[in-house]
Design a protein around this ligand. Structure first.
Ligand code: GLN
Length: 282
């Protein structure tokens, strides 16, 4: 079959199966499984393809069941870096880049950073990659997620001081182990809303990375409460939040005496990040 026919057929199959971005996904699949770049598509459309068509077809079938593209190709791009992903971790989202960029504004050399619910490690590893001499600790309840995070750190920031801890939130962190920055993109979807999410998320991404219990706010409460013990005075606490959680999380941080609490919007003008500075105790 020739390149342009493969492209056309795949786009049609994706459209029939209501894949949200059929052209984009087709290009990504062709590049990953057939080595056909965007450039080949434009100028070598009549080139015959014979290799790997069966593997390609199986991958297309998987995508037609709405399995996320990133699980099928095994990686996701985030902050210009390539992260390994598996169904044990949430697929890194471009929305989360806003959170990373907000923290990079305040990041100093030598900061100790805690990433709570690290998943693939995308937040922590990006921060480490774009900073100097920081110390990073990633925590997750899922051992399978931590395996992925450790792999990503070994590939992307091999020379940086990053470690991972398997813990239910702060449970096994040493008392008095204080950080300059605590960041988290915790599970924040209200349980009842999960069934309404798109099939890629609802049927394939790990529930434990999504479910923020009844009101979606459970992890914010736990993390803010514990930041008393684990965040230095003057330190930064920054969260990714759901579009309708900004005011609730802001109020929570104000209740705990945080200063300069701010809601930051994403590129779609939705509330996406809440951050604040821990007060100094006089
Ligand atoms: N911190 C990870 C991410 O942003 C995982 C988040 C989660 O599991 N809720 O992708």
């Amino acid at each position: 079959m020739i390149v342009s026919d493969i492209y056309k057929n795949t786009v049609i199959r994706f459209k029939e199966n209501e894949i949200p971005e059929p052209e984009n996904d087709t290009r990504m699949m062709m590049e990953h499984f057939l080595g056909i770049t965007r450039n080949d598509l434009m100028i070598h459309g009549d080139k015959e393809v014979t290799d790997n068509l069966e593997t390609y077809d199986k991958a297309i079938e998987r995508r037609c069941t709405r399995e996320p593209l990133q699980y099928i190709i095994g990686s996701a791009s985030f902050m210009g870096l390539d992260f390994k992903v598996s169904p044990a971790v949430l697929v890194p989202r471009s929305d989360t880049e806003i959170l990373v960029e907000e923290i990079l504004k305040d990041l100093h050399s030598g900061s100790r950073i805690l990433d709570m619910c690290t998943g693939s490690g995308c937040i922590l590893i990006s921060l480490m990659n774009y900073s100097n001499e920081c110390i990073g600790v990633g925590v997750d309840l899922s051992k399978d997620a931590l395996e992925i995070a450790e792999y990503n750190a070994s590939q992307l920031v091999p020379d940086k001081a990053v470690s991972f801890i398997n813990s239910d939130l702060f449970e096994v962190l040493g008392e008095g182990d204080k950080f300059d920055i605590i960041v988290s993109n915790p599970p924040y979807i209200a349980s009842a809303v999960i069934e309404e999410l798109m099939p890629e998320v609802r049927d394939y991404e790990p529930r434990m990375a999504l479910d923020g219990t009844e009101d979606g706010l459970y992890f914010y409460k736990k993390i803010v409460e514990n930041s008393e013990k684990y965040l230095k005075s003057g330190g930064l606490l920054a969260f990714e939040i759901g579009y309708d959680q900004g005011e609730a999380v802001k109020q929570l941080m104000l209740d705990y005496g945080y200063n300069e609490v701010e809601i930051v919007k994403d590129y779609s003008d939705m509330d996406r990040v809440v951050k604040g500075i821990k007060a100094f105790h006089l």
